[in-house]
Design a protein around this ligand. Structure first.
Ligand SMILES: [Zn+2]
Ligand SMILES: [Zn+2]
Length: 424
């Protein structure tokens, strides 16, 4: 990033200290009013209001609760900035004064709801960046397109917006940018070129047997043994079929069969989750699962082929090398050099990747640390980083400062790497 472009980013961010108290109250308000996937009405209304008053043309209800803003500001590239809005069915135990005590309906059942993945922070970041850029239109040229998506946690939100005509109804961007709060020193930014979050596939496998009295195994086809053998054999995919230099996870998180010790049940249900970083490896793992499941059923004389159902699917988030280089270059010139770090790909999954992959637009995604710097340093020293509450933990609580300001700065600085007339 040139000196002039950096100065323009600084000019956009000059109003950040003035805006920050307001953003902090937006963040706390959203944190204490979390909404489950596809129920983000209140959050979407806040985002839409903020964009409108900043001067954006706003389209709401894209893919149910998604919000898209457009601000045209002369000739130049279109840049899409993405935030996700949904919370999780988790009971918050942070003890924060702005903690959530909200419950909501999930499939007819009342569940506690918490922003345990930090999407409240993402919404506040994007409101902040969109507001500051709209206030300083002399510092950039092009079209800014902030997008707030529903249902990241179920993997359905990005796709819902795409299915609702996102690509047809809005201008095709030159780049798509997104960021996520994570465990790490608050105020630090980390990213990498290539795969940054894994592809995720969740499957349900229903295996069929024949029920009988527990004392008469000869009359049964026991689905408990069938499923148990399957679970063990599935462990050999990663250890025996995937190269040690390739990474994959196959986790059977649920195995259910039967109700009583002396009744052989009719069927067993396995639920499993797969994480991979490469499309070929992903295909190999999924094919191996299908092969093993069918073969084990056959080995057990199952009366019917197992039923394999896809529960959800997250694409690989692959950072475009050119776009990522451009964003990192901007971060390195704006932030103190030691605040911008390289990261390994994480086995978390994200549907952010759908936008870039399906629209064929280069995208870049990065992490912003949200852990109190002193707490993180101590944990690092004592080798207990793994004990810090991660995303999805009921005690997940990013420190507001400097996390909130850093995310706004990162979004503005990265946008300016494209939108500043002096960018190249
Ligand atoms: Zn999450
Ligand atoms: Zn998340």
């Amino acid at each position: 990033m040139s000196e002039n472009a950096k100065q323009q980013a600084r000019n956009v961010l000059a109003n950040l200290p003035t805006l920050l108290p307001d953003l902090e109250s937006v963040y706390k308000d959203i944190h204490s009013h979390p909404e489950l996937s596809m129920q983000e009405k209140r959050t979407a209304a806040i985002a839409a209001d903020r964009l409108r008053s900043a001067g954006y043309a706003v389209t709401a209800s894209v893919g149910k609760t998604g919000v898209v803003g457009i601000l045209r500001n002369g000739e130049g590239p279109t840049i899409m900035l993405r935030a996700d809005m949904d919370a999780l069915p988790v009971r918050e135990t942070t003890g924060l004064p702005y903690a959530s005590s909200v419950t909501a309906d999930e499939n007819g059942k009342s569940v506690p709801v918490m922003h345990a993945c930090g999407h409240d922070m993402h919404v506040a970041w994007l409101i902040g960046a969109a507001t500051l850029l709209a206030q300083s239109r002399n510092e950039w040229r092009g079209t800014l397109m902030p997008l707030f998506q529903p249902a990241e946690e179920t993997g359905a939100g990005a796709q819902a917006m795409i299915d609702d005509g996102l690509f047809r109804r809005f201008p095709k961007p030159s780049a798509i940018l997104g960021q996520h709060v994570m465990v790490g020193t608050s105020g630090d930014i980390s990213t990498r070129s290539g795969a940054i979050t894994s592809a995720g596939d969740s499957l349900q496998i229903r295996m069929f047997g024949r029920g009988a009295h527990g004392s008469m195994p000869q009359a049964s086809i026991d689905p408990v043994v069938m499923a148990a053998a399957t679970v063990l054999r599935l462990q050999t995919i990663v250890s025996r079929e995937i190269a040690p230099t390739d990474a994959a996870v196959v986790t059977v998180g649920s195995l259910q069969a039967g109700t009583k010790e002396n009744v052989i049940p009719d069927e067993a249900i396995i639920k499993l989750n797969v994480r991979t970083f490469d499309e070929d490896v992903r295909k190999r793992v999924l094919a191996a699962i299908e092969r093993i499941v069918n073969a084990e059923a056959e080995a057990s004389r199952a009366p019917k082929k197992p039923e394999i159902t896809l529960l959800d699917r997250y694409p690989l988030v692959k950072n475009d090398p050119e776009a990522t280089k451009r964003a990192i270059g901007a971060f390195r010139s704006y932030f103190r050099a030691d605040r911008v770090k390289d990261t390994q790909p994480t086995t978390a999954s994200e549907d952010f990747g759908s936008f870039g992959t399906e629209w064929q637009v280069p995208s870049a995604f990065w992490f912003v640390g949200g852990t109190d710097p002193e707490t993180y340093a101590k944990a690092k020293q004592s080798g207990t980083i793994a004990d810090l509450p991660t995303n999805h933990n009921p005690r997940f609580a990013p420190v507001i400062h400097p996390t909130l300001g850093t995310g706004v700065e990162a979004m503005v600085v990265a946008s300016q790497a494209w939108l500043s007339p002096q960018a190249d």
